[in-house]
Ligand binder design. Structure first.
Ligand code: TYM
Length: 324
């Protein structure tokens, strides 16, 4: 099976990214052919700091590696290093109805947040994402729930293209984790955890003190019991999910463990688990920060390997469309 997924380089990785996407990647790289991409071309569709951008992209690669992505097992590369991504995006744009793009919730959200810079790139973002996925004849796309609509659109674009020009692309499947597909905000547990709300978001590189503070301040629900019930107790249920995924203990086990304890004890224990689980990532990142040449080499090699696969698909797509 071929696996493809991507993450934007801007903003720090948070535990939503980790539990929704990266954890799945770590499992998949042990048995499947995995391709992971730092999607710098997606990130420039909203205002960004172009002077620091290269450094930001490199640091994101370091975070990937610190999380355990292994360049011996997976291909890791930067999107803009493989020009076929933008080329195929143009071709796919010609079969994607604008009505479909208008329906994308991420576009609607971002258009509200960045009212003064709604550009064509932001509108076409999902077509570039479809190109990322289809270029590699991908079988599985492991992502969090918020990307489900984009993967569904990718499938629809692939079907339309195949129908019109003959079978060219594999139809990829969305792969959501059984648990953790949507980690919620610590302060507003009915909203998704997102890097745009700093204090509601637990970053992988947060210092132990900050982790403790954020968890102790996390919104809980009325009542006193530690019970999993996302509708009635969204705050505690979200924290239970996080606890379970980082500790390997089931929700049932955790409910039992904290049966006679209050929210305070539960949160203290969760903060401990998080600090212990995230420490190796912080340590590995520190080590890698001094190895810029090595990281650049990994990314260059990754792009070369990716390009071999991508160029074969684009040749076929152009040929089938009657282009040379
Ligand atoms: P991005 O960078 O916003 O997010 C990266 C991954 O993290 C997941 N995620 C979450 N999962 C659970 N709970 C959350 N609160 C949470 N927040 C984010 C996302 O679902 C995603 O898997 N458009 C994509 C990047 C992309 C891509 C691709 C992904 C570009 N091309 C091709 C897959 C395949 C994005 O902006 O992800």
């Amino acid at each position: 099976m071929r696996v493809f997924s991507g993450i934007q380089p801007t903003g720090q990785l948070h535990i939503g990214n980790y539990l929704g996407a990266i954890r799945q990647w770590l499992e998949l790289q042990e048995k499947e052919e995995c391709i992971f991409c730092i999607v710098d071309l997606h990130a420039i569709t909203i205002p960004y700091n172009f002077r620091e951008f290269q450094d930001i992209v490199l640091k994101k690669a370091i975070e990937y590696l610190a999380c355990g992505i292994d360049p011996e097992k997976s291909i890791i590369f930067i999107q803009s290093d493989v020009k076929e991504h933008t080329e195929l995006a143009w071709l796919l744009g010609t079969v994607c109805p604008i009505g479909d793009l208008n329906r994308m919730t991420q576009f609607k959200d971002k258009s509200k947040r960045f009212k003064n810079s709604i550009n064509a790139g932001l509108f076409n973002y999902p077509v570039l994402m479809a190109s990322d996925i289809l270029l590699y004849q991908t079988d599985l796309v492991p992502v969090g729930k918020d990307q489900g609509q984009h993967v569904e659109l990718t499938r629809s674009i692939a079907r339309k293209f195949n129908k019109k020009f003959g079978k060219t692309f594999k139809i990829p499947k969305l792969l959501l984790p059984k648990m953790g597909a949507k980690i919620m905000s610590l302060q507003e547990p009915k909203k998704k955890m997102s890097k745009s709300a700093l204090s509601s978001c637990l970053f992988l590189l947060d210092e132990p003190k900050v982790i403790r503070e954020k968890i102790m301040k996390a919104t809980t629900d009325s009542g006193k019991k530690i019970l999993y019930n996302p509708k009635r107790k969204p705050g505690i249920s979200n924290l239970l999910t996080i606890y379970s995924l980082f500790s390997g203990k089931s929700i049932k086990e955790l409910e039992k463990k904290f049966e006679n304890k209050g929210y305070g004890d539960f949160k203290k224990s969760l903060a401990k688990v998080l600090i212990k689980s995230l420490e190796p990532i912080r340590r590995k990142r520190k080590e890698l920060l001094n190895r810029e040449v090595y990281i650049k080499e990994i990314l260059k090699k990754g792009a070369k390997r990716a390009q071999v696969l991508a160029s074969s698909t684009i040749k076929e797509a152009k040929n089938n469309m009657g282009l040379t």
